[in-house]
Design a protein around this ligand. Structure first.
Ligand SMILES: [Zn+2]
Length: 215
């Protein structure tokens, strides 16, 4: 199978599994993925991994398990967990011979990119992205950082700005690297204000609560 065909097959696999688990983009969070893991019989272990490794898929004696780096924030963690699902569905035979450390792109390039393609499509299907982009009137060559913020807030998917930037590059709405240095999170906060958990009153409130609990 040629590479392009393999990646298309991974997208089709993502669509099939989304349908199987009745996934809707805005409802898909960590809790929902944990439910899928449970249904697939995969054990999750949160682990302190080296920064280069995000997760490891293992399958000893037919018992699948995934180690996940504790250091990962919510959106990258969701992405990595879905990435590991692809190894579960497709790469068990190779993995049974010694585990697969995700992040080792040189050793398993096609398999790893295939897992990235699967995860991206599973979490936020390309067609939904294209529909949202069209609705917001975003056009190739004129896309602004403010529009990227608008897209992130409108899309409903639990994804990072890096995810969106890569998608926009892939579909040539922006040049490769054009927004590599853009600080979308800061821009969003300057337009819409700080999220509650970053507001000083909330941090004081939480600190008091934690303090009270410790007593
Ligand atoms: Zn991987």
């Amino acid at each position: 199978m040629r590479r392009g065909e393999y990646y298309e097959a991974m997208k089709a696999l993502a669509a099939e599994k989304r349908a199987k688990y009745a996934v809707s983009t805005s409802q898909l969070g960590l809790r929902e993925v944990r439910t899928i893991y449970k249904a697939e019989g995969i054990t999750i272990d949160m682990w302190k991994l080296s920064p280069r490794i995000r997760a490891v898929y293992m399958c000893d004696d037919g018992d699948p398990s995934v180690l996940i780096s504790r250091a990962l924030p919510k959106e990258p963690r969701l992405f990595v967990m879905v990435h590991e699902l692809k190894h579960h569905y497709r790469d068990r035979a190779i993995i049974a011979r010694g585990g697969m450390k995700c992040g080792d792109y040189n050793a398993n390039q096609v398999i790893e990119i295939g897992a990235e393609v699967f995860a991206a499509e599973f979490i936020y299907p390309e067609q939904e992205f294209l529909d949202c982009v069209a609705q917001l009137g975003i056009e190739a060559g004129t896309c602004t950082p403010e529009q990227v913020v608008e897209l992130k807030r409108a899309c409903g998917a639990h994804i990072s700005y890096t995810f969106l930037r890569k998608r926009l590059e892939w579909f040539e709405f922006v040049e490769p690297g054009e927004f590599a240095k853009a600080q979308f999170q800061k821009l969003e906060e300057s337009i819409y204000g700080l999220p509650i958990y970053k507001q000083p009153w909330f941090q004081r409130y939480r600190a008091r609560k934690t303090h009270a609990k410790a007593k």
